[in-house]
Design a protein around this ligand. Structure first.
Ligand SMILES: [Zn+2]
Length: 264
């Protein structure tokens, strides 16, 4: 059949060159016909081309979630000289109100990293912190410094406890989680971040909890502070008279240096 067709079409075509076998001319024409047919069938506007199934959609890109980072500097740094003061281990019915007084008298704001069990014992102090326009930070329910070794269900319960307690406190705003002792695990970071609690660290640590003396606390902050710094201080966990006295000196000094007080 193919031979006949080919032969029939060969006849009117220009005769083969003298001395060359006729078969060569037939092959050339056949090749041209096949080539033309293939070109026609595969042309972009060929009706036969639609028979070819469309290529499968590309696979969805695999999104690898990075482990969230601990915040150690103020986000965004809206001003050239901002500083974020943070107070841990409260609320304390004695020291937290005194720290609030010092902050208020200098127009400063701060973030209070509170412990759930301590909040339960001093709800009136929790309410004072919220009413003063300060922000709050979960510092876990029990301040278990080995939290990174516990089962994930325990970790989650410890992290969200403070926010759950603060839910019924007017004005309370819990946006952060700070690991007890600053001991993080990747699981703790992810568990906090996925519950919209920013993992919170610090970049200035005068170790006021060791009560090194007011001068030492003041000097350490003055030496380490820088624009965007997050300062770790304590309003709970013991006698915080040195912290209060240091704050009375540091707030006017920071203001004189051009610092404004902000949240992390
Ligand atoms: Zn603590």
């Amino acid at each position: 059949m193919q031979d006949v067709t080919t032969h029939a079409q060969i006849r009117p075509v220009t005769p083969a060159a003298p001395g060359r076998p006729r078969l060569n001319a037939a092959s050339a024409v056949l090749t041209a016909l096949v080539f033309g047919l293939v070109t026609f069938l595969t042309a972009p506007d060929s009706p036969f081309r639609a028979v070819t199934p469309p290529p499968p959609p590309p696979p969805a890109p695999v999104v690898v979630q990075a482990v969230p980072k601990v915040l150690t500097e103020v986000r965004g740094q809206p001003g050239p000289r901002t500083v974020a003061l943070t107070f841990d281990d409260g609320p304390d019915p004695t020291w937290t109100p005194r720290i609030l007084d010092v902050l208020r008298s200098h127009g400063a704001v701060a973030t209070f990293c509170q412990i759930g069990n301590v909040m339960a014992a001093h709800p009136e102090t929790v309410a004072m912190v919220a009413a003063a326009g300060m922000r709050m930070c979960s510092h876990s329910r029990t301040h278990d410094e080995s939290l990174s070794t516990r089962a994930e269900s325990t970790v989650v319960a410890e992290i969200v406890d403070v926010r759950d307690r603060a839910e019924h406190v007017p004005g309370a705003d819990v946006e952060y989680f700070r690991a007890p002792g600053g001991y993080w695990s990747p699981t703790m970071l992810t568990d906090a971040a996925t519950r919209n609690l920013q993992p919170l660290g610090w970049s200035v640590d005068p170790r006021d909890w060791k009560r090194p003396g007011v001068d030492a606390i003041v000097a350490a902050v003055q030496k380490q502070v820088h624009p965007g710094a997050i300062v770790l201080l304590h309003d709970g966990g013991g006698n915080r008279s040195q912290t209060v006295a240091a704050l009375e000196r540091l707030l006017p000094w920071l203001s004189a240096q051009g610092y404004t007080f902000t949240f992390p």
